[in-house]
Design a protein around this ligand. Sequence first.
Ligand code: UT7
Length: 332
Amino acid sequence: MAINARITGTGHCVPSRVVTNHDLARLMNTSDEWIQQRSGISARRHVDDGIAPSDIGVEAALKAIEAAGLKPNDIDLLLVTTLSSEHTFPGTAAFIQRKLNIGTIPAFDLRAQCSGFLYGLSVAKAFVNSCQYKRVLLVSVEVQSRALDFSDRGRDTAVLFGDGAGAVVVEPSLDVERGIMSVLLHSEGEHAERLWVEYPSLAKSPHVSPEIVAEGGVHPKMDGKFVFKHAVTRLPEVIQETLASLSLTTPDIDWWLFHQANLRINEHVAGLMNIPMEKCPFNIDRYGNCSSASIPILLDEMVRRGDIKKGQLIGLAAFGSGFTWGGAVLRW
Ligand code: UT7
C-alpha cells in the first residue's frame, strides 16, 4: 500500500521576553534604523534565566502533539534539530525526551544549522515512508541569546539572532496526494568557517581557555556579505530543483515559507523568481533569525491563523551555516 509522510500537527513556543532594537542600542553601538534597513528585524525574543532550550522545545512539542490528536506516548521517534545545543553531549533530544516522559523511544539531535528543519523533515519522511517509525516528533529549537556577544565587537551577529522553538508531528498519510512531496538537501563544507562558533573546539588544544573567551572565540562569527551572496544564489537553485523534481512551476505554489535569516535575502530571492511577496509570509520582524526553528514557527503561526488550507501547496527553502541548504514542497 502506497503511503506518504504528512505533517499532522504543528506547534511553536517563543520566550515571552521581547528585546527590541532600541534595547540592543543601549548595549552596543547600533540603531533601530540600521537593523531594520539591513535585515527587516524590529525585535526578537530572549529566554529568561532558568529557561533551557529543552523547556521551550517541550512547549512546542506538546502543542504539535495535541494538534495531531495524539498523546506524548504515541510518539515513536524524537528528532531534534539545533545549532544551540543544551550541552556538548548528550543531545538536546535527551532532555526533551525526559521532560516529555516518553519512555525509551529513539531520540537524537541532527545538526544542519539554519537548514535543520528541512534536514529533519527529510529524515522523518524517510523513516515514515519506510514504515520503520509511524509517529515522528520533529522539534527544532534554538536558544542563541546566551551565546551572542552583546558588545560592539559582536554587533553584526547579536542583532540578528533570536530564541524560539517549532515542532511538527509526521505520520503516514494514506492519501498519497497529500504530505511531504519532496525534500532536496545540499551542503558545502568548503565554507564552514564563514559562519561558525570556533570554540570550544576539540580540534584545538586547549579546547577553550579564559583567553579564548576574553577574545570572543566562543561567540558566532559571520562573513555577512559572503553568506548573503551565497544565500541568494543557492536558494533560487534549490527552489528550481525542488519544483522540477515534481514538474511544478513557481505559480503553482500557494505559500513560500523561507528561512527567516534576513528579509532582504527573501525579497531578493522572491524578486529573482518572480514570486510575489504576498506569498512569502514572514515573522523575522518580530522574532529575528531563529535558525532551524524559524520555518516551523512560521508554519505553525500560519496553520493556527487558518492561512494554510487543505490541498494547498507550500514551498519551503532554507540556507545556513555549513553551508547547508535545502528546499521542500508540501501538499497540505
Ligand atoms: O541564518 C544563517 C544565514 N545568515 C545570513 O543569511 C546572513 C547574511 N548576511 C546578512 O544578512 C548581511 O550581510 C548583514 C545583515 C549581516 C549585514 O549587512 P551588510 O549590508 O552586509 O553590512 P556589512 O557587514 O557590510 O556592514 C556594513 C557596515 C560596517 O561598517 P563600515 O565598515 O561600513 O564602517 C559594519 O561595521 O555596518 C556596520 N555594522 C553595524 N552598524 C550598526 C555591522 N553591524 C552593525 C550593527 N549596527 N549591528
